[in-house]
Design a protein around this ligand. Structure first.
Ligand SMILES: [Zn+2]
Length: 466
């Protein structure tokens, strides 16, 4: 058996994760993510795929985030018909995410057509709802730790990655004629002390390892997140206004719900209504309820209130209910998406509340360059919403520490658990500088010699004649 790997994304960038294994004549792709962020990256989603999608035999997905799954419907559109292996919770979250992504693509194409701002006379979406539905049909969900046969001599085993619900480390096991070898894809690794998710599984052996490096150059010291959140909310409520929190619908919103429930129960903040105004976040919360064995909450507190069930919590699903929130003047916490204020319902909340001096806009997540969230955070006096310049008069605050990614030391600890140095270690899923720094850290701290930061389209031989 001969094995090669080709990097089709997630190399020197945090998006577009796609790693192609060529195992003799079997083609297995690990993750199928969309490139996001800067325009030059986003345009890559539109380029012809470097490998014929109909020639790919199977896909393995580590977790539901769009930068790991969002290209799958496009792959299907271009002819991929094989099975897609993932965990059960990932499959449920993908249903929410891919359908939403497809709808957005269709709406954008429609909008471009109406406004005539596209170069094309009839702008097309990257993919539509039909292709997303077809991709979902191809999912083959399994639970953590089951060993699943992909072919006669290839299997996959998922281990908990602790990053978002259902997130997995994917271990590909190759049964060669002479030897059995494994290739470990870390996926995105979570933190050890996440209040809802179990810590990442520790693996003892890997012949080849691919490790993410989002925070490979940083130590995110465990901050007192709960206290910082309490201070920010108390200050905002004392100002006789509302607190508006833009938040990613999956993972971050549930973590916020967890902290708010705990703060209210422990009387660290007043008992005020907490509105979750995002159909996607509400649907994602349902997935936490239907996949109880993927997190630790209900097991610990079977009879008490939990993050998805406490008296102050209100789910606002329809648009009319969402609009009604504009009438609330004070004593309320509103959580809405998108997390970086680029679209979605958060926009109408911003439109109404940015101008209100008593309200507080509280950022709890990363605001990428070029986003509306980043501009507000950097103190711009006004931002454009619905085509109008809206002055920023409310209080703007930020708390950090809610990250779902392991930091440098946590990544290093995870690698340290391997009893022998892998034959090759690839540092992926990080900006070029973070990946480079982390590769140096691995060499220095662990004494591994074969640590590689691959580039887009680079390919490497992993095993020969095993
Ligand atoms: Zn992720």
């Amino acid at each position: 058996m001969d094995v090669r790997i080709k990097f089709l994304g997630g190399a020197k960038t945090v998006t577009g994760s796609k790693y192609l294994l060529e195992i003799d004549d079997f083609r297995l792709m690990i993750d199928c993510g969309l490139f996001q962020g800067l325009k030059q990256l986003r345009l890559m989603n539109w380029e012809p795929f470097p490998v014929d999608p109909s020639g790919i035999d199977a896909v393995v997905i580590t977790h539901a985030h769009i930068d790991h799954t969002g290209y799958l419907p496009k792959l299907v559109k271009e002819g991929f018909v094989g099975p897609v292996y993932c965990t059960e919770a990932t499959a449920s979250l993908m249903e929410i995410m891919l359908l939403d992504a497809a709808k957005l693509q269709e709406e954008e194409a429609e909008w471009a057509k109406k406004k005539g701002y596209s170069k094309h006379s009839s702008p097309q979406p990257l993919y539509g709802v039909e292709e997303a539905k077809q991709a979902l049909q191809q999912l083959r969900p399994f639970h953590y730790e089951s060993v699943v046969a992909i072919s006669n001599d290839i299997s996959v085993q998922f281990h908990n990655a602790g990053h978002i619900l259902g997130s997995a480390i994917a271990e590909i096991i190759l049964h060669g004629n002479k030897q059995t070898k494994n290739i470990v894809f870390s996926g995105d690794l979570g933190r050890k002390d996440h209040p809802i998710l179990f810590p990442p599984a520790v693996l003892k052996s890997a012949d080849i390892v691919l490790v993410e490096s989002t925070y490979g150059d940083r130590e995110n010291r465990p901050e007192k997140t709960e206290e910082l959140l309490a201070d920010a909310i108390n200050e905002a409520l004392q100002n006789d206004g509302c607190v508006l929190i833009p938040s990613f619908a999956i993972g971050r919103t549930q973590l916020l719900m967890y902290y708010l429930q705990s703060l209210i129960e422990n009387k660290k903040i007043p008992s005020v209504p907490v509105y979750v105004d995002s159909p996607m976040a509400i649907n994602a919360t349902e997935v936490y309820k239907t996949h109880q064995n993927y997190h630790k909450i209900e097991k610990e507190y079977p009879n008490d209130y939990t993050f998805c069930n406490f008296p102050e919590l209100q789910f606002y699903r329809d648009q009319e209910a969402s609009n009604s929130l504009n009438h609330i003047k004070k004593n309320a916490i509103i959580i809405s998406a998108s997390g970086m204020c680029t679209g979605g319902r958060i926009l109408h909340h911003l439109y109404y509340r940015l101008t209100k001096e008593n309200d507080t806009l509280l950022f709890v997540g990363y605001q990428a360059e070029g986003t509306r969230g980043r501009r507000i955070l950097e103190g711009e006096e006004s931002v454009k919403i619905f085509g109008l310049q809206v002055p920023v008069k409310c209080n703007v605050k930020e708390i950090t520490g809610l990250s779902a990614h392991a930091d440098r030391n946590e990544l290093l600890d995870w690698l340290k658990a391997l009893e022998e140095a892998p034959k090759k270690a690839f540092v992926v899923h990080g900006e070029a500088e973070a990946a480079k720094q982390f590769s140096r850290t691995i060499k220095r701290e662990l004494g591994w010699s074969n640590v590689i930061v691959p580039s887009y389209m680079e390919s490497f031989e992993l095993f020969e004649n095993i």
